[in-house]
Design a protein around this ligand. Sequence first.
Ligand code: HEC
Ligand code: HEC
Length: 469
Amino acid sequence: MIMKKSLFFTFFLVLFFACNTYRSLPDLVYNNEWETIKIAATPQIKTGNAEAGWDYLINGNYIGSGVPFDLVKKKIATKKDTILNRKGINENMPFGLTAFQHANGTEVMSGNCLTCHGGFLNGEFIAGLGGFGNEFNDFSKNNATTFKALNTLVKLKYKQDSKEREAYEVFGKINKEALSYIVTPFDGVNPAFRLEEAYIMKRNREDLTLQEDSNYKLDKRYTLASDIPPWWHLKKKNALYYNGMGRGDFTKLLMQASTQGIKDSTEARAIQQNFIDVLAYLETIEAPKYPKAVNENIIWKGEKLFNKKCSNCHGTYGEIEAYPNKLVALEEIKTDPYYALNFSAKMHLADWYNESWYGQSAPKSWVQPMDGYIAPPLDGVWATAPYFHNASVPDLESVLNSESRPTYWKRGKELDYKKMGWQYQKVKKGGNKKTYDTTLPGYSNEGHYFGDEFTQEERMAVIEYLKTL
Ligand code: HEC
Ligand code: HEC
C-alpha cells in the first residue's frame, strides 16, 4: 500500500512539474512494435433522411431528460432564434440549447450537439465547425456548483412525486457529479470523452439504467481534452475520433451524448432509430469554401509538394479524390501521445462500451483504442484551426514549421489569412484560463515534423494549396 501511495505521489508530481517526462509513467508506455495501419470500412446504415436528421439534431429528445422548461424559460428563451430559425417551443432558444418533451410529457431543456459543434466564422454560423469558440463551451469553469444550486431550486419548486421532478431526475443526478470531473486547465479544449466517462461511470452496461455503484474510478485532478473535429470529415472516415477508436456502426457512436440523461436502453433504442437520419444529415455536410482570392501562381507548386510529401497520409483532392484512413503510430507522428494513451492504457471507456448495449446489440459498434492518431482529411482545413488533436497549434504555418509554434498563446478574435489559422498573441507564461499552455501533459505542440524541410517559399505554396481543399 505504501508503495502504491508513493507511486501515486510521483505520478502527481510528474504530471504537474516535470512536463514531458510523463512518457515514462508506468501505465502510459506505448507499444513500439505497432505500426501505422489503414482502417477498413465497416457497413453503415444508409437509409436515413438528412432533413429529418437535421430537425432531430436541433429539436430532438436525444438527451432524454433535462431542466423543467418552465423553471428557466423566462431567463433563457428571450430572443428569437435567428441562427437555426427554430419554431415551436424552441422559437426563442439560443442555438446551443434545446427544449423538448420528456417521455412523461413534461417540457424540459438541455444542451444539444451544437453546444460543442457549432461556431461562427466571419459572422456566419456553421453547424459542425471544428475548432473552438462559442459561448457555450468554455470548460475551464467548474459548473458543478451551478448544478448543485439548480438541484436545490428544482427540489424547492416541485414536489417529490411531480412529473417535473421525474423529468429532471437523471439529468440532475448525473450532471451534479460529472461536471466536477471535466474542468480543463484552460479554455479552448473540449473534454467530451471525459464527460462521457463520467456519464457512464454509474450506468448499468446491459440496460443503461443508473445504479448506485461506480463501474470504475475517475481522476478529478487533471482533465485531458481535445479539439473538436469538423462534421464534414465524417463522410470520408472509416473510424471516428482522433485516435480512430470509434468502430462499427456510426449511429450508436454518434448518440453517446444521450448517456447524459436517458433512463434506459429502451429509450436509447428509440433514439438510435432517429440517428439513422442524423447520420444521413452529417454525411451531406460540405466543407466551407475559402472566402478570399488565392494566389493562382503558386498553387500548382503547393499541389506538387503536397502530393509528394503529404498525400500518402492525408489523401488526394480535386479530380482524383482518395482518402486512405490511416491511423499513424505515435512513434511516427510524435504529436502529444497522452490523449491516445489515456484510452488505450486505462480502457474505462472501451471496457464499458464494448460490453454494453452499444457493443452487444445490433447494429454493433465498439471502441478500439490504439496508440496512434488518424491523419485527418484536409477538406476545409483553412477553417479548422487550431490544429492537431489537442488544438495546440494556432495556424497552418506553424503546423508546417515546428520552430514557429508558440509555447504559450492566447487566441485572438479573427482569422489570420496569411499564416492561415487563428490570430494569436504569444505570452510569457501559462497558468491562466485564457492561455494555451503547451508545457502541460496532453497539451504539448510537438511532432508532425513533415513540413520542417520546406523552404519558407515552398511552405507558403503548400498553405495556398491547402486553402483550396
Ligand atoms: C460536450 C461537447 C460535445 C457534444 C455535446 C457533442 N460532441 Fe461530438 N465531439 C466532441 C468532441 C470533443 C469530439 C472529438 C473527440 C475525439 O475525436 O476524440 C467529438 C466528435 C464527434 C464526431 C467525430 C468526427 C470525427 O471526425 O471523428 C462527430 C461526427 C460528432 N462528434 C457528432 C456529434 C453529435 C451528432 C452530437 C449530438 C448528439 C455530438 N457530437 C455531441 C464534442 C461534443
Ligand atoms: C506519416 C503521415 C503524415 C504525413 C506524411 C503528413 N501528415 Fe499531416 N497529419 C498526420 C496525422 C496523424 C495528423 C494528426 C496529428 C494529431 O492530431 O496529433 C496530421 C495532422 C495534420 C494537420 C492538422 C489537421 C487538423 O485539422 O488538426 C495538417 C494541416 C496536416 N497534417 C498537414 C500536413 C501536410 C501539409 C503534410 C505534408 C507536408 C502532412 N500533413 C504530412 C499524418 C501525416
